[in-house]
Design a protein around this ligand. Sequence first.
Ligand code: UDP
Length: 384
Amino acid sequence: MNDKKILIVGAGFSGAVIARQLAEEGHTIKIIDQRAHIGGNSYDARDAQTDVMVHVYGPHIFHTDNKVVWDYVNQHANMMPYVNRVKATVNGQVFSLPINLHTINQFFGTTCSPDEAKALITEKGDDSIQDPKTFEEQALRFIGKELYEAFFKGYTIKQWGMQPSELPASILKRLPVRFNYDDNYFNHKFQGMPELGYTKMIESIVDHENITVELECIFNESDRDTYDHVFYSGPLDAFYSYQYGRLGYRTLDFEKFTYQGDYQGCAVMNYCSVDVPYTRITEHKYFSPWESHEGSVCYKEYSRACGEDDIPYYPIRQLGEMALLEKYVSLAEKENNITFVGRLGTYRYLDMDVTIAEALNTADAYLSSLRKDSVMPVFTVSVR
Ligand code: UDP
């Protein structure tokens, strides 16, 4: 097989993993990124004042059921035990999330057993809603009005800038309701944090003699001529200079503050009421519970519509966006020698583990296309 010259746009998880897989097969890889650092939004760095490892673009917690992905990250980092336990402040009280037996008993002032709580929540749920389609219907059907209004309604309006009656049920389906005292936010088999941080993990992934990384480097269409293939993990609409308009995203603003001591006693405290303008406060030293620090760094997190100069975080994927996405996907499907990858390249909300799994598949698909002398697809996942 002839060695190929590959350009990868974006040094986040997608770009780094594809680069490594192809470099291992003898191809020559150049990664460019417009930012001054690698890691994309999972970039972390130690705060100069407190030495706390700060998740600069917001908290990232690694969780997966995928053993291949778990083994992959463990090759590039020492994954430390970490369990995400989220609290919520609402109506002047602190509750345990996701909704579990403790939350239910705190909220209703009961001492229900699991079976009693199931009966209580079944009674609260609105079973006249047969086939819940929206976030609101899903919540009313399965947890009832009181819990929905306390924990989900306000938070969701803040997070998405939309009424829960306008959002799909799928967003809520990510969150479980548990009838025991398990307060692990995630249901996944594997969960952990890289001991030295995500930036170091990605440094290790791209640390290969066939890979070069150039930072603060903007992609130019003319670059394509000098490479056999491009993997593009930037925003799909940006690739086409937003010619049909911008795909909608939510962006986040972080109000960073330091505190001497222990500010809130946990990593994540959600504020579910619309009366509080931020969605949550994260206290970053709690993401590295094996370390100890006197000082503390916290982020107040605000969500809003993503403007032209903002960092895109959550793809909105409502009907209007999907129509626009269709136009960009149709354009993209006419391309040769380029594959759009990752959260921004495919305009989908992706957890880190899914991003890595897809990047591994994309690299395999490319290697297989070389072996078979077949065309490498523009998308290796379904984006519509
Ligand atoms: N959510 C909520 N209240 C909470 C936490 C989450 O209403 O205290 C809703 C909100 O709409 C959010 C969705 O559940 O977008 C998914 O939550 P998750 O914690 O998975 O959010 P993400 O990781 O996407 O920020």
